[in-house]
Design a protein around this ligand. Structure first.
Ligand code: SAM
Length: 302
């Protein structure tokens, strides 16, 4: 944006920033870089991670945890709409939702668009992520004051271990990668607890990494969901997120009931998209996201 370019020139003249500052999100062999203005809007080291909000030229304000990109102003809707609406539309009657992680508030914002939802419990381990989003990403954190939301700052792993059986219609696991506090969110025990606390027709979706980034984790999640929910009830959706490494990300689903998450009421879905002016999710995208390219089918042995 023009105002950022002006600010950049001004800061350059004043010697306040380096010429080229890049935010790089990388694993051993793949990296994604965004040039940023040098402005760090939020910078806190918490017991769990290093929380920052930076200003980038191409994607606006960007939330990072331990230098990994969590969401940006410009493309956050891709991930947040897809982690919420396909499964909610396919289930058709979601009332009680549990969100694990999701500190920026994007999933909660999307889930609460559905009138039928009576209660959302969000369990985020790090209150500083919520604070950073409230301060600098208010359009993402917009639903934190909704009266249907019960926001808890505690460990999601312990929460699901202690929760009573048969409580939730939908669980969304919006976690960081399996390092640090999120490691246990990828364990079989955690998924078994999620299965236990779902209602009989309930379902869960987890941020499932990417078939070409963290490949092994992508495969392990699918295998674990198959073990717990049964081979026919473990599903994979793919969608585009420009600021996640490789650009293609997955939502991995386990259905405890008997519905197929690729099937839904298309009329209701288009009305919902129109009413909320959604920008990524649509009935066509819903169907398309469950179509896997042959290389992914081969990876998962289908
Ligand atoms: N969508 C992002 C992505 O895939 O890159 C990740 C979203 S970020 C909001 C994930 C959140 O999970 C972080 O705020 C982090 O603090 C939280 N988290 C990590 N481990 C957790 C745990 N054990 N319990 C609850 N929340 C956890």
């Amino acid at each position: 944006p023009a105002e950022l370019r002006e600010q950049f020139k001004k800061y350059m003249k004043e010697g306040r920033i380096e010429r080229n500052v890049w935010l790089t999100d990388k694993d051993e062999n793949i990296a994604l870089s965004l040039r940023h203005t040098g402005e760090v809007l939020y910078d806190e080291r918490t017991p769990y991670q290093h929380v920052k909000v930076l200003n980038t030229y191409a994607f606006g304000k960007t939330l990072t945890l331990d230098n990994m990109i969590m969401c940006t102003e410009k493309d956050e809707f891709h991930y947040h709409e897809m982690m919420s609406h396909p499964l909610m539309m396919a289930h058709g009657n979601v009332k009680n939702v549990l969100v694990i992680g999701g500190g920026d508030g994007g999933v909660v914002r999307e889930v609460l668009r559905h009138d039928g939802v009576e209660k959302v419990t969000m369990v985020e381990i790090d209150g500083k992520v919520v604070e950073a989003a409230r301060l600098h990403l208010p359009q993402i954190a917009v639903a934190f004051d909704d009266p249907r939301l019960d926001l808890r700052i505690e460990d999601g792993i312990k929460f699901v271990a202690d929760a009573p059986a048969g409580t939730y219609d939908l669980i969304v696991v919006d976690s960081t990668d399996p390092i640090g506090p999120a490691e246990g969110l990828f364990s079989e025990t955690f998924y078994r607890n999620c299965h236990r606390i779902l209602n009989d027709n309930g379902a869960m979706i987890v941020q499932g990494e990417a078939p070409r980034f963290n490949e092994q984790v992508f495969l392990d999640i699918h295998q674990t969901l198959k073990n717990i929910f049964g081979p026919k009830n473990a599903h994979i959706m793919l969608f585009h997120v420009p600021t996640y490494p490789t650009g293609v990300w997955s939502g991995q689903i386990g259905v405890k009931g008997s519905f197929n998450p690729a099937e839904f009421d298309e009329v209701k879905a288009s009305e919902f998209c129109r009413a909320h002016q959604l920008k990524y999710y649509s009935p066509e995208i819903h169907k398309a996201s469950f179509v896997l390219p042959p290389y992914v089918k081969e990876m998962i042995g289908r």
